[in-house]
Ligand binder design. Structure first.
Ligand code: ZN
Length: 296
């Protein structure tokens, strides 16, 4: 089990091997978030407790959390790994080195402005990707969330409640359940919470071994609302909408036509700035998504 000091030494070694050099390959089969691009240079490697962050020159951050089982190894190019490929959760290569993260339960990427999302300290909720995750604990954590006014789309990203759900899945899970992203968590029934948690776990697990995320089989591209603003909703034929939401200011996609369960009608909330003209950074983010890159 890695302790904070082990991670600290690991971070120093990774900094020496990877820092300031162009990455030639990135692989992370369970990655939540956009994929770091080959050719980018790693600028920073930092550890906080069991959290390790690797930052590229475009502000992309890879966050891994070791919990009980995870570890980073460093190999010379061509050297044999001491663990099987199946246990690999992230691999970063440059001309000389291969850094491999094995068995970390949380491997996610985000952009620098999203860093406030980083839990940093405190207990993480169960990882929904794991088959033995305690889903009833997640349901209880949702129903007993300290701020009953908090909106469900925000709470889904709170790693003290659950791990695994990123910006893509929060949108897809809420669409699949028909629940308004603006629903107050305090308004959810137990049945709603069970449905949300089960949907999130099944979507995440169904995609663990697939290079392209699919949450809605009958929708072209595989996603129901994420990245589809202005397009037709597959369920109600309404138009998918998007806006920035909450303290994380992440872009939320949803269908106002059919995701109205528990909608408190907060259209005038100053926190919810409609996105009329997406910022270039958002367009870059969307362009970087694996399923959009494939189209180029
Ligand atoms: Zn709809």
């Amino acid at each position: 089990m890695p302790e904070g000091d082990t991670i600290h030494r690991t971070a120093s070694a990774l900094r020496t091997a990877l820092g300031g050099k162009a990455m030639i390959r990135f692989d992370a089969p369970r990655l939540i978030g956009p994929v770091p691009q080959a050719g980018r240079t790693i600028e920073k490697v930092e550890s906080h407790g069991k959290h390790l962050e690797i930052e590229w020159d475009n502000g992309m951050i890879l966050h891994t959390h070791m919990r009980m089982s995870g570890s980073w190894h460093l190999y010379r190019q061509g050297e044999q790994w001491r663990r099987p490929y199946e246990q690999m959760r992230a691999a970063i290569e440059n001309a000389d080195w291969v850094a491999v993260c094995f068995n970390a339960p949380l491997v996610e990427t985000y952009r620098r402005p999203d860093k406030r999302r980083h839990p940093g300290m405190g207990r993480l909720g169960p990882d929904l990707c794991k088959p033995d995750a305690d889903l009833s604990l997640v349901v209880n954590l949702l129903l007993s969330f300290p701020d009953s006014e908090a909106r469900i789309a925000e709470v889904l990203l709170d790693q003290r409640v659950m791990c695994g759900v990123g910006n893509v899945y929060r949108c897809e899970v809420l669409w699949a359940t028909g629940i308004s992203p603006f629903a107050r968590v305090g308004d959810l029934s137990e049945a709603d919470a069970v449905r949300i948690v089960n949907t999130a776990a099944s979507q995440l697990r169904a995609n663990l071994h697939h290079p392209r995320r699919v949450t809605a089989n009958d929708v072209r591209g595989g996603l129901a609302v994420y990245g589809r603003n202005g397009q037709r909703c597959a369920r109600c034929s309404g138009s998918v909408d998007m806006r920035r939401m909450g303290v994380h200011n992440r872009i939320l996609y949803w269908c106002p036509g059919c995701q109205n369960h528990h909608d408190p009608r907060v259209a005038n909330d100053p926190d919810d700035t409609p996105v009329m003209d997406p910022h270039p950074a958002a367009q870059r983010f969307l362009r970087d998504l694996p399923w959009n890159r494939d189209v180029v």
